[in-house]
Design a protein around this ligand. Structure first.
Ligand SMILES: [Zn+2]
Length: 406
């Protein structure tokens, strides 16, 4: 069997797996809701949620089918090799052409189904605030960022391969990890490309948040409100910054939905993550995953013969990147998810328990219920989906955990 056949088989297995997941998701919309979260939706809202979920899942299913069909066509007919032959001999030009083409094709398919999701379904159920203009500018920004990142990664890898030779695995893993840290620090900068931030006005909420952080040995650098309502009615909040100095970001939508004490409860939970060093531990798990991906990339680059099975005459770094990220990465991350998501769900329970210890248990429960209502969350996801994909335990389990821990 050659590598092309193996790739087609792997992609097909992945496709079947994703379709099964969507069917399990659909079946969960019909299951009955656990006792302790029955008050989140009234019966009319719940029926609306069921229809909303079914429509979204169907759209995702069509998206998966379309992406699969496109990828199969590109591979079966050696389209990537044809493009690279058209571009000529230069390695870098070939990588640019192939990556730009791939980003463009997948970007168009994603945009079509993303458009239905955001502009049709989310609008129909009253969540969407995105204008057509914002939607398309976001997509273009994403395409440019995606291309720069993927092309940058290929260049970095090729450079480390040439410079570090036998040490390439270690060197490249180190480089990628530094990049991940860099992205972490740059996320607030990236966020400014997509959103506007204004400082939270002086007042009791500000004082309460500052007191909570100071009491636990943290300093607040800034508390900012983000204009999440420009895109969606969905609510969220987060910390940024490593170490003891934190920026707090509140979506303007969360301020409409939650009371002051409930907002503080959400941050008590976030603080729990900081106290128990969850963020650093997650990064360590991420580093291991990066290492596996680098090993795979190295294997593909070192075995030039692989790409011959796809119609290439010589090596091709751009195509290697596509194989790694579209075929190998989903396998690695699905397998790793089983472990990392499980640990992550444990972390969430620990953070909830911390918020309870700080005296915010009841506020956290009522806050989480309101956020679930505002975000139209699934109250009873299929246990298989929870195991595979949920970084947070389902609401009813979180509430049970908060209530039970003394
Ligand atoms: Zn959390």
């Amino acid at each position: 069997m050659n590598y092309k056949t193996i790739t087609l088989v792997l992609v097909t297995i992945l496709f079947i797996y994703n379709v099964i997941i969507k069917f399990l998701m659909k079946s969960s919309t019909k299951r009955s809701v656990p006792e302790n979260v029955r008050d989140v939706y009234d019966s009319e809202a719940y029926e609306k949620w069921q229809n909303y979920s079914a429509e979204k899942i169907n759209n995702q299913l069509y998206g998966i089918i379309a992406q699969y069909a496109v990828f199969m066509i590109l591979i079966v007919f050696d389209v990537f090799a044809l493009i690279s032959r058209y571009v000529g001999e230069n390695d870098i030009l070939q990588a640019i052409a192939i990556l730009a083409f791939y980003e463009l094709v997948t970007g168009i398919v994603d945009t079509i189904f993303g458009y239905t999701d955001t502009m049709k379904i989310e609008t129909k159920y009253g969540f969407n605030k995105t204008t057509k203009k914002t939607f398309f500018t976001d997509r273009i920004k994403e395409f440019i960022l995606g291309f720069i990142i993927s092309f940058g990664l290929v260049c970095l890898f090729v450079a480390s391969y040439i410079i570090f030779k036998n040490w390439v695995l270690l060197a490249f893993t180190g480089i990628i990890f530094l990049l991940i840290l860099l992205v972490y620090f740059l996320t607030p900068v990236f966020a400014k490309i997509f959103n506007k931030f204004t400082p939270l006005v002086e007042g009791s909420l500000r004082t309460k948040l500052e007191n909570l952080l100071n009491k636990n040995g943290y300093k607040v650098k800034e508390i900012k409100v983000m204009d999440g309502s420009r895109r969606s009615t969905k609510a969220n909040a987060y910390f940024s910054g490593l170490g003891k100095t934190k920026d707090i970001v509140l979506y303007d939508t969360i301020m409409d939905v939650l009371t002051e004490d409930e907002i503080v409860a959400v941050f008590a939970h976030e603080l729990g993550h900081g106290k128990y060093k969850h963020i650093i531990k997650s990064y360590a798990m991420g580093l291991f995953q990066v290492f596996l991906i680098v090993v795979l990339s190295w294997y593909l680059v070192s075995n030039f013969g692989i790409v011959r099975d796809f119609g290439f005459r010589g090596r091709n770094y751009g195509f290697m990147f596509i194989l790694v990220f579209s075929v190998a990465l989903p396998y690695i991350s699905s397998l790793m998810s089983l472990i990392t998501k499980r640990i992550s769900r444990k972390f969430e329970n620990k953070a909830d328990e911390f918020a309870k210890k700080e005296g915010y248990g009841e506020y956290l429960i009522s806050g989480l219920k309101k956020i679930s209502r505002a975000n139209y969350s699934n109250l009873n996801p299929h246990p298989v989906i929870v195991a595979l994909e949920y970084s947070h335990p389902p609401l009813s389990q979180r509430i049970a955990n908060i209530e039970e821990k003394k």
